[in-house]
Design a protein around this ligand. Structure first.
Ligand SMILES: [Ca+2]
Length: 271
């Protein structure tokens, strides 16, 4: 119980930090259909395996993430590309940082290798000319433990970029796992704030009614339990959206706002 409470506290704290920083891009891989429609998957080595969406119910919080194999009953020699949608950094000024978590699925066979590439033109494999980070996973990322990474993308402020995680140059390990990708930055005065920074849940925690505030119109809003079940949904919703949550079981929920091509996920505690 103590661990559960600590987890909830952690989620609430990080959730409020996210809403106060300017998130230029946020991908938690919570919905497989959205991932398949917005990300690009390339099996460059041609063994018919590449990155795929997966989930693991590890306790109070269900994890959804992307994964790529270097072993599947027998050793593989992957060159699997996971390519992001366009990430608009044209309004970014000052420091731009990429955050994500990475892991190797096994406690012994965790030495997966990958590189992180950037394209400033399009999402074709040949357009990724910039190698911004490369590593073989250390033991701190073994056994499915999420290891955080922070990559400085400040030199790409003012541009639209695509990111590619390329699982390659390794074999006979197990699975490389990737999740919680966020690009943060500051926007200049007078420049439009991204939608992601403007979605807010109040009050949080919520008891009877909560409001999904922000600058969205004709958006789809879904409330999900941490086991991924959609418990409430609203179509063509505009802010502020009033939601009666008195019928929901107490606990943490995720509120997903999809407007156009952008999806924002916020966490809310319902008491
Ligand atoms: Ca492959």
């Amino acid at each position: 119980m103590k661990n559960l409470l600590l987890s909830i506290l952690f989620l609430l704290v990080t959730g409020s930090m996210y809403s106060q920083s300017t998130a230029l891009f946020d991908e938690q891989f919570t919905d497989s259909a959205t991932v398949v429609n917005t990300w690009k998957f390339v099996d460059q080595d041609g063994d018919s395996q590449t990155w795929y969406w997966d989930w693991y119910d590890g306790g109070p919080v269900m994890e959804q993430y992307m994964t790529s194999r270097s072993w599947d009953g027998s050793p593989l020699t992957p060159e699997n590309w996971l390519i992001s949608p366009a990430i608009n950094l044209t309004s970014a000024a000052g420091a731009v940082n990429l955050h994500y978590v990475i892991s190797g699925a096994d406690d012994n066979y965790y030495e997966e290798h990958y590189k992180l590439l950037v394209s400033i033109t399009n999402n074709e494999v040949g357009s990724f000319t910039d190698n911004v980070f490369e590593e073989t996973l250390p033991s701190s990322a073994a056994n499915g433990v999420w290891d955080p990474r922070n990559i400085d993308l400040t030199s790409y402020a003012g541009k639209t970029v695509y990111l590619a995680w390329v699982h390659y140059d390794c074999s006979d390990m197990y699975k490389l796992l990737l999740d919680s990708i966020q690009v943060t930055g500051q926007t200049g005065i007078g420049i439009q704030t991204p939608v992601s920074a403007r979605v807010e849940i109040v009050p949080n925690p919520a008891v009877d009614d909560m409001y999904v505030k922000g600058d969205f119109h004709n958006a789809n809003v879904g409330i999900y339990s941490l086991t991924g079940e959609k418990v409430l949904s609203f179509e063509n919703a505009s802010a502020p959206l009033q939601v009666n949550v008195s019928s929901l079981v107490s606990g943490l929920y995720m509120v997903k706002v999809t407007s156009g091509k952008q999806t924002i996920v916020k966490k809310v505690l319902i008491k």
